[in-house]
Design a protein around this ligand. Structure first.
Ligand code: NAD
Length: 256
């Protein structure tokens, strides 16, 4: 039998992480850096809070000028790997989630995600280089939830754009995949928990405990468990994988 293990190595690669001060973004940036990558990071703050060296810019991706700055930066640097991760969560059913919430959630989770992916794809195609784009979807993108109308829809859109982009970019050797986390213990979940407390009359911490216990593997995911999937998708370990949305959720996809 011929064994052909690909190296788990990002030496010589440039990797961009958006939303890099968040739980999943910071962990993924650190994993990429530990594997030898030069890391570019963005988040709202001018300061990168993660635990690795990075070329960081404070950019609000909901702001047109900020989004343009980010796309120009991508055009100038042509990152080999993009971890397209910045997103926000909010709650509301079709009866009360208004267009303000729609604009904000679609503005960041879909519009900015798309613009970053497009800028990276254009830069790589112009340079004649292959690359890997990793978009952050969610288990919420696989089915609607009564109280989470807009967020679920944004993540369904991420899955769809990932598929279309993967097919368009395959001839250029650029792979596009999504990661679909289940419930991961990050600052985002603290705000999700507070929103569920308000909407469902739960105690603070109750929803978080309940969702963790409902995961088939028995606990909430940790950011490094998502980062490991990002490493797989960023390296040649996954060179024959494109157009996929990989659930990293402890089996929750079969429960929720
Ligand atoms: N935590 C979970 O349980 C979970 C589950 C499924 C999917 N996800 C997805 O994983 C990704 C990362 O989630 P996380 O839990 O690490 O979230 P997080 O809230 O910890 O991090 C998100 C980051 O995005 C940044 N951000 C927010 N608004 C921004 C803006 N306008 N411009 C630029 N950056 C902005 C925030 O400052 C934050 O650092 C997101 O796409 C999220 O939807 C998370």
């Amino acid at each position: 039998m011929r064994l052909d293990p690909a190296p788990v190595d990002l030496t010589g690669k440039t990797c961009l992480v958006t939303g890099a001060n968040g739980g999943i973004g910071a962990s993924t940036a650190a994993h990429f850096a530990a594997l030898g990558a030069r890391v570019m990071t963005t988040d709202l703050s001018d300061r990168f809070d993660g635990e690795c060296d990075s070329d960081h810019r404070g950019i609000d991706l909901l702001d047109n000028q900020g989004l343009q700055e980010c796309c120009d930066w991508i055009a100038a640097e042509t990152p080999d790997v993009v971890f397209n991760n910045a997103a926000i969560f909010d709650m509301g059913s079709v009866l009360d989630a208004g267009l303000d919430q729609f604009d904000k959630l679609f503005g960041l989770n879909v519009r900015a995600m798309y613009a970053v992916m497009q800028a990276a794809a254009r830069a790589l195609v112009s340079a004649g280089r292959s690359g890997s784009i990793i978009n952050l979807a969610s288990q919420a993108g696989h089915r609607g939830e009564a109280l989470v109308a807009h967020y679920c829809a944004t993540k369904a859109a991420v899955i769809s754009y990932t598929q279309s982009a993967a097919l368009a970019l395959a001839p250029h050797g650029i792979r596009v995949n999504a990661i679909s986390p289940g419930v991961v213990d990050t600052p985002m979940w603290d705000s999700v928990d507070a929103l569920f407390a308000r909407f469902e009359g739960k105690e603070i911490g109750q929803k978080k405990r309940e969702v963790g216990e409902a995961v088939p593997l028995g606990y909430m995911g940790r950011p490094f468990e998502i980062a490991r999937a990002a490493v797989f998708l960023a390296t040649d370990q996954s060179q024959y994988v494109t157009a996929q949305t990989i659930s990293v959720d402890g089996g929750s996809v079969l429960r929720f």
